[in-house]
Design a binder for this molecule. Sequence first.
Ligand SMILES: [Zn+2]
Length: 397
Amino acid sequence: MARVGTITTPHGEIQTPAFIPVGTKATVKAVLPEAMADLGAQALLANAYHLYLQPGSDVLDEAGGLAQFMNWPGPTITDSGGFQVLSLGVGFKKVLAMDAQTFRRDDVIADNKERLAHVDDEGVTFKSHIDGSMHRFTPEVSMQVQHEIGADIIFAFDECTTLHNTRGYQELAMDRTLAWAVRCLDEHKRLTDERSTKPYQALFGVIQGAQYEDLRKKAAGDLGGLVSSGQSFDGFGIGGALDKDSLGTIVSWVNQVLPENKPKHLLGIGAPEDLFVGVENGIDTFDCVLASRIARTSAVYTMEGRFNLSNSAFKRDFTAIDDECDCYTCTNYTRAYMHHVFRGKEIIASTLATIHNERFIVRLVDQMRQALLDGNFADMKADFLGRYKHRSGQARD
Ligand SMILES: [Zn+2]
């Protein structure tokens, strides 16, 4: 199901498959927009929940939209905030894509954490992680916030569940996500008409259904064919509970049903081995905070696998992080220097490591695109995973 394409937005084109780096709060932490462009980022993804809380979506609207505000001339995307709002309910920053299958209940809360979000059929009430103030997101509010932020691609507001939820709850959440999808389309249409001087924002629906084939296919069928107020979804995100072992299976169920002529985005997935699985099952774009988040803890990707630059083994290693990498960091700095700046807690450590990791992932997906064009994707995948997995056992942190 792998394919090559072009997504056209008011701020430029995205050649797919493509990895979209994440700048959650309108900045890719520690890296200038120019450096992101230089390393090949075609678009950036920010988060509606975070920008709504700070500085406020009205500020971005006044600034002329996200791209203008953050000095990024290319395409931008915002996630709806559904994931962030809901993940507060299970402990902020806790990853929802868990693989634990040992227990199932619907009110999972991280130990010693107060539940910060409550869902009902109308929307979600949540407490700000910044100042404890109470807020309410509904599908309409999410659309209003994302229209003010002004990204080229925006996402419908969905209820994101975890693998811990019961089958019954997954069904309930899916019905709710469908009802919310209709309300998103209606509000999106209303706002598009009201703000007719602004560039058109593409609205992507989000496919839930956890690990259940019938639920995933039903969600894809329902949202794929959905029309309300004369508006349908311009593309789709595949979200929710996705465990690594069944990722490819779930994506293929969904993409067999979704309309072929619309872009498919895999939300929050960015580990190298998972990107191959996504591409071969028809995913066009990916986003993930992992590349930049792990970079700030000194973890880097290489052709030999992932390792930690702060490890004392690198103190006198005067080679590049990855001698096959063409990034600014690998061209100009050694592992020994990187080890030194990480050990010294120098700010430049985060900058240089993030540039390398983002380039590694962006380039990997670009190479997949080229391999698809050249007709040798299977060979390229076997080569990469043979090497990457072969040594990663020893090199992983
Ligand atoms: Zn590099």
